[in-house]
Design a protein around this ligand. Structure first.
Ligand SMILES: [Fe+2]
Ligand SMILES: [Fe+2]
Length: 286
């Protein structure tokens, strides 16, 4: 496993408050399919991010041996907690729009964390951290695509664009933290690959389940209409492309480290341009 590379910049948690009441039900591309695919992912974030925090916090004894790493871990935790809170605030808007989400959330919490993670950590006690590291790589790669292609500016409601791009910037800022903790706790390559397998399965399975639970609530959405929307969404979607597959393959290299993807300038530029408008300029240390 690659040697940890400490980030020079301190990781800080910003505290935006987005005006979600302005967001319409079909806020992405004006279609139910695109909006609920994104909402399905949104439903996974708060519980997922709490799981990331738990899996890293378990190793604070190792982390505390290195004050620089400890500071980065505290910044990572503060950012993830804030992401979860802000995504959860949007849940209330979804409910106000008539979407039933609590049944899905209760099932997801039980199936993903009480069952799947429990089985995983029985197989290997550090598998939860390896899953977190893989999911942090996925979020950083999605973040890079979103900032680079700026497709959200064209198809997303501006409030949701700001939510997702603020989140994307902070994912890039803390992209190496969980990886560096795993490198110290257990640098095993098979363990990291086991985490990747479980993370990939879990992400696809629960994401599609969440999107499906929302799409089923769209009255009058026929299979034919869904397919038509799928084609239109795919044509517009620059976030899912070959570059994402290449990022996935990079993770398979034994000498992989998240710092090998120099995407920090994308986050810095977006925060410079939008920080003051969103009240992010006055950042607070974690
Ligand atoms: Fe996050
Ligand atoms: Fe993260």
């Amino acid at each position: 496993m690659a040697v940890a590379v400490a980030s020079e910049k301190p990781i800080v948690a910003r505290k935006p408050s987005f005006p979600f009441t302005e967001v319409p039900r079909h806020w992405l591309g004006g279609t139910a399919l695109a909006s609920h695919l994104a909402n399905g992912l949104n439903l996974l974030f708060p519980l997922g991010e709490r799981f990331f925090v738990r899996s890293v916090r378990k190793h604070m004894d190792v982390v505390k041996a290195d004050p620089a790493l400890e500071a980065r871990v505290r910044g990572f935790i503060a950012q993830e907690v804030r992401h979860g809170m802000e995504h959860e605030r949007f849940f209330e808007i979804m409910e106000a729009q008539g979407l039933e989400i609590r049944k899905f959330l209760a099932w997801y919490e039980h199936a993903a964390f009480d069952v799947l993670v429990d089985v995983g950590t029985r197989l290997h006690p550090d598998l939860d951290l390896a899953v977190t590291v893989a999911l942090e790589h996925f979020t950083a790669m999605f973040a890079e695509r979103a900032l680079e292609k700026d497709v959200l500016s064209q198809i997303a409601h501006p409030v949701m664009r700001d939510l997702l791009l603020w989140h994307a910037c902070e994912e890039i800022e803390h992209k190496s933290v969980a990886f560096d903790v795993l490198a110290r706790v257990n640098p095993s390559y098979p363990l990291r690959m086991g985490g990747l397998a479980m993370a990939t399965f879990g992400l696809v399975f629960f994401w599609m389940a969440g999107a499906g639970a929302l799409l089923r609530q769209e009255e009058g959405l026929s299979v034919r209409g869904l397919l038509r929307e799928l084609v239109a969404t795919r044509e517009r979607n620059a976030l899912m492309n070959g570059e994402l597959a290449r990022s996935f393959k990079d993770y398979l290299r034994r000498d992989f480290h998240p710092s090998q993807h120099p995407n920090e300038p994308l986050a810095e530029a977006w925060l410079r341009e939008n920080g003051a408008r969103l009240g992010l300029a006055n950042t607070q240390a974690a």
